[in-house]
Design a protein around this ligand. Structure first.
Ligand code: ADP
Length: 393
């Protein structure tokens, strides 16, 4: 009997043990399964994180703005390549303070202000150097989940080009106003003098009226040139390019300017071979030649010679030139004569009826044909203006 009991108890123990072991194994399998699932969730999350970071990195790297992220201690955590270009950085700045990295006290103050005021602050920073730049800086501080300061983001937007354009526009408006006001006030002055009695002296009246006419002409030339410039700049002029005989075009301009050349005893000489043909818009090309020859007559030597020549440069282009034997242009001014309203001798240009826009119109027209303009000059020996235009095969 006791043996049977012992056997039953042993059997029961074996069964319990077997059940326990089976459960243990199942649990172990479940744990392993869960561990596997956890690992794959972690791997997926890491992958998503890496992808997200990659995406962020691509965005930051392709930004035209410079970007700088400071950690909660004010040390550089991240900067993008544009920032390196803007500040000409040649070394790693990660871990440095803002002052160490960019060396501008004003930036430190902007970052501190954004933290203090809890809003985005902005500031204009001027960088001096070989190529001065103007940057707009926006600084914003950010906080973590516990509302503690976690860092600052600084974004640098390059305003240099915008500022330059703004200055060019301001200068242009000031120049135009000045150019318009001068002849207008002269006209007004002469009219008032006529009204006040000068009209009763026929000789004086005639002289005054002729002066008024001269200034009125100047006004209308100026307005015409301004309209041409604005149409050329707005790209409103559609070129009607066609085969033009260079020599015939030059003859036409020589005829148009004949009487002015005679006034200054200047000989205009067409030295272009008859077979040279350019592919250009007739009216616009006439304007180019007219402005260049008109200048050579206005500023050239009284009794001198103006030569118009050309050569085939290659299969694509023809180079033409207008050469005078006048006083020439000082070397430092030879690049600037193509700028709007630039004159070497303001009084002389005005006196000769110049608007200061002739060469900038020439440059625009030639460039819109795909050509280039330049001047070669030797003070005292005259100057030669060169232009290139597409050749006609
Ligand atoms: P402007 O109406 O004053 O002639 P342009 O744009 O045609 O304006 O020329 C700009 C300036 O370049 C002129 O004011 C003059 O000082 C200089 N210039 C142009 N052509 C000549 C030239 N052939 N010889 C000397 N100076 C010239």
């Amino acid at each position: 009997m006791p043996t049977l009991l012992i056997l039953i108890l042993a059997a029961a123990l074996v069964v319990v043990l077997w059940i326990w072991l089976t459960r243990e194994r199942r649990l172990e399998a479940q744990v392993r399964q869960l561990q596997l699932e956890l690992a794959s969730v972690k791997a997926a999350r890491n992958l998503a994180l890496i992808e997200e970071q990659d995406k962020q990195q691509t965005v930051f790297n392709s930004m035209v703005e410079g970007l700088l992220i400071l950690d909660e201690n004010g040390r550089v955590q991240f900067s993008n390549p544009t920032l390196g270009t803007l500040f000409d950085l040649r070394h790693e700045i990660r871990g440095q303070t803002l002052l160490e990295a960019l060396r501008h006290h004003e930036l430190k103050a902007v970052a501190e202000r954004s933290l203090l005021e809890g809003r985005v602050t902005d500031f204009e920073l001027t960088l001096s150097g070989r190529e001065p730049r103007v940057l707009q800086v926006n600084a914003a501080s950010f906080r973590d989940r516990d509302r503690a300061h976690a860092g600052t983001i600084l974004v640098f937007h390059d305003l240099t080009r915008i500022k330059q354009l703004e200055n060019v526009r301001k200068e242009f408006v000031a120049n135009v106003s000045h150019e318009l006001r001068t002849p207008l006030s002269l006209i007004k002055g002469y009219v008032e003098t006529l009204i006040d009695g000068a009209k009763d002296d026929p000789a004086i009246a005639l002289r005054f009226l002729q002066t008024i006419e001269k200034h009125a002409d100047r006004l209308s030339f100026l307005i015409e040139d301004l309209l041409t410039i604005s149409q050329l700049e707005a790209g409103q002029i559609v070129l009607n390019q066609q085969a033009l005989s260079l020599s015939e075009q030059i003859d036409q301009v020589i005829r148009d300017l004949h009487s002015r050349a005679v006034e200054r005893q200047i000989t205009l000489c067409n030295e272009v071979a008859t077979e040279l043909v350019v592919n250009a818009d007739g009216d616009r090309f006439q304007q180019v030649l007219f402005n260049l020859v008109d200048n050579a007559v206005k500023y050239g030597r009284q009794g001198g010679m103006v030569r118009l020549g050309a050569r085939r440069m290659n299969t694509e282009m023809v180079e033409g030139w207008v050469a005078d034997d006048g006083p020439g242009i000082p070397p430092e001014a030879s690049e600037r004569v193509f700028e709007r309203f630039f004159r070497v001798d303001r009084a002389r240009s005005r006196d000769a009826g110049g608007t200061g826009l002739g060469l900038s119109i020439v440059k625009h027209i030639v460039q819109s044909h795909g050509g280039e303009v330049r001047v070669e000059t030797e003070p005292g020996k005259g100057c030669t203006f060169y232009y290139t235009l597409p050749a006609r095969a």
